[in-house]
Design a protein around this ligand. Sequence first.
Ligand SMILES: NC(=O)c1ccc[n+]([C@@H]2O[C@H](COP(=O)([O-])OP(=O)(O)OC[C@H]3O[C@@H](n4cnc5c(N)ncnc54)[C@H](OP(=O)(O)O)[C@@H]3O)[C@@H](O)[C@H]2O)c1
Length: 385
Amino acid sequence: MAAEAGCIRSVAFCCISKPWTRKYDELNHFLREGSTGKLALLELGVGSNAAAIIRYPFKSANEHGTGGISVVQEHGQRIAVIGATGQVGMSLSKELKKLGHKVLAISRGVSTKNRDQLDILESLGIQLYFQRDLKDVARLACALSGQDVVVVALRANVRLVLELEPPILKAAVSAKVRRFVPDEFGTHTKALDYGVGTLFDAKKNFQEQVYGSGLEWTMIFPGGIFDYFLPNLRLFDKITTFGDLRCMFPTHSIKDIGAISARAITDPRTANKAVQLYANVVNQEQLVRELKLFWPDYPFDFEYVSSETIIHLKNHGDPDRISAKGGAEPDRERHGINYANYVLCRLASLDDPDTLNANDLYPDHVYQKPEQALADPKFVFEKTQ
Ligand SMILES: NC(=O)c1ccc[n+]([C@@H]2O[C@H](COP(=O)([O-])OP(=O)(O)OC[C@H]3O[C@@H](n4cnc5c(N)ncnc54)[C@H](OP(=O)(O)O)[C@@H]3O)[C@@H](O)[C@H]2O)c1
C-alpha cells in the first residue's frame, strides 16, 4: 500500500468500535510525518455501522501545503436532513448521496413550492419523511431513531430558530443520534459577540443548547452563497453593494457548499468543531470591477446601501416585513446580517479556536470561482420568480 507522491489512495476500514478521536489524531500525525500508507491500517474506530475511506496525497505539497491526509470520510452513514428541499438542504442531500450515505429527507409535506425538489430527491433514491409539525418531539424522535447525524437546514429566521430548533434537538437527543448539525450555513455566528443582530443572537443562543445536549456537533460556515454575495440581477433589481466595499469575505457556489458540508458533517475530525469554507476570498469593489469587465456594454444600474443606513435599519427596520427580493428574513434581521458582514467585516472567522479551515481538511476539492459565475449570463441576468 505504498503511496506515490501526489496520488490519492484509498484505504477502507470497517466496523471498528474503539473511540476514534485519539486514534485519528495519531494516524493524522503519522501521515503528516510521511510514513507509508500501511500505518493507515491502525485501529481507527469510525462508528457502529460504517466504513471509513481514507485518501491522502502522500507527502505531496498540495495546494494548501498541508501534505498529510486529504480526506477522511465515514462511509454509509445515515443522515437526516431537515429542510432537504431547501437551497442548502437540497445541495447537501445530493452530495451526501453521491458519497454513499443513506439520506432521510425530512419535509413538512408536499407543496407547490417543493414538489419538484421532492421528485428529484426521490429519483436519487433518497428516502422521504413528512412531518408537518416539527415541534412534535415524540414523532420526530421515532423518525430520527437509527440516524447517525441530524442536519437542520430550514429557512432560518428568528421565529423558526426559536420555535423549531429546540424541539428538533430534543428529538435528536431522545433518538440518540451521534451528531447534530444546527441551522447555521452562513455568517460565523460562533465567533460573533451577542448583540450584532437578532438572527445571530437566536442562532448563538441555540448553540449553547447544542453544547449542553451531550451530542457531538458540527457547524458549517460556508461564507456567502454566490447568489446573494456576487453582483447579479437575478436576486437584485440593481447591482446593490453594502457598507464597507473592501470587507474581505469568502463566497462559494451552493454546489461547493453542499459538497464540503457533506464531507464535513460525516468526518470524525470535525466532531465538536466548526468548519469555515475559505476558498474564494473577495471584496465587493473587486467583484463589481470584474462584473463590468465581463459585461462592458451592459448598462447596469447601481445602488449603494451605506453603513449608516444598515446600522439604522438593523435597529429600526421593520421586524416583520420581508422586502428583499428572494429574502427569507424580515428587514430588521436582514440588516443585522448586513451589519455583521459588511460593516463589521465578520462574515467569516478562522480565529475561533474550534474552527477548522475547509482548505486544510479537503485540499483536493476544486471550487467554482466567482469569475466563472460572473462570466455566465445565466447567473448574472436570468430572472427568478
Ligand atoms: N451563506 C449564505 O449566503 C446563506 C444564504 C441563505 C441562507 N443561508 C442559511 O442557510 C440555512 C438554510 O437556508 P436555506 O436558504 O437553504 O433555506 P430555504 O431554502 O429558505 O428553506 C429550507 C426549507 O425549510 C422549510 N421551511 C420553509 N419555511 C418553513 C417554515 N415556516 N417552517 C418550517 N419549515 C420551513 C422548507 O422545506 P419543506 O417545505 O419541504 O418543509 C424549505 O425547503 C439557514 O440557516 C440560512 O440562514 C445562508
